[in-house]
Design a protein around this ligand. Structure first.
Ligand SMILES: [Zn+2]
Length: 168
């Protein structure tokens, strides 16, 4: 397996809507193995294909509480409730900011064999599904914040970069 390079803020691939997965083949399975390894090494709870430079609609996730998997061509529906807790992103490494998300939802998608499935999710898992599905549409969690929230994330990023520069 291979660790993939995680693209960060400013890379245009993060802002381009992904195209549907149509072939559930060996390439996809190998790529998904690499994405799991990359997500665990980071470490993170989710990783969307375009975060490693692949413009296709799929992601992997592991909520750290026994729920892990792969989803192709995700569609969210029946979104209910609101929950606002700290959220971060491997493509905006470092900062966290309280981010509003629906508390519960239904996800429909396809598994690695191309079989359709659906699952009801709530809490962290629902948050992961919203965060990753946003990625596949070219979105980032900072898009869900107000102007002040985005400024706070950028300020945290700059401070972390300064600390890294001081150490090197
Ligand atoms: Zn992310």
């Amino acid at each position: 397996m291979t660790l993939l390079q995680i693209r960060t803020l400013g890379d245009p691939v993060l802002r381009q809507p992904c195209t549907p997965v149509e072939r559930f083949d060996g390439w996809l399975r190998r790529t998904v193995d690499d994405m799991f390894e990359t997500m665990y090494a980071a470490p993170g709870v989710g990783l969307a294909a375009n975060q490693v430079g692949i413009g296709m609609r799929f992601f992997v996730y592991d909520d750290g509480d026994g729920r892990a998997g792969f989803v192709a061509n995700p569609e969210l529906s029946d979104l209910e409730g609101v929950d606002t807790i700290d959220e971060g992103c491997l493509s905006i490494p470092g900062p966290f900011h309280p981010t509003p998300r629906s508390l519960r939802l239904r996800l429909r998608g396809q598994d690695l064999g191309g079989e359709a499935f659906e699952v009801l999710a709530e809490g962290l898992l629902a948050r992961i599904f919203q965060h990753e599905t946003d990625h596949l549409s070219g979105g980032l969690y900072i898009d869900r914040l107000d102007e002040e929230g985005r400024r706070d994330v950028m300020r945290q990023l700059r401070e972390l970069e300064l600390k890294r520069a001081e150490r090197s």
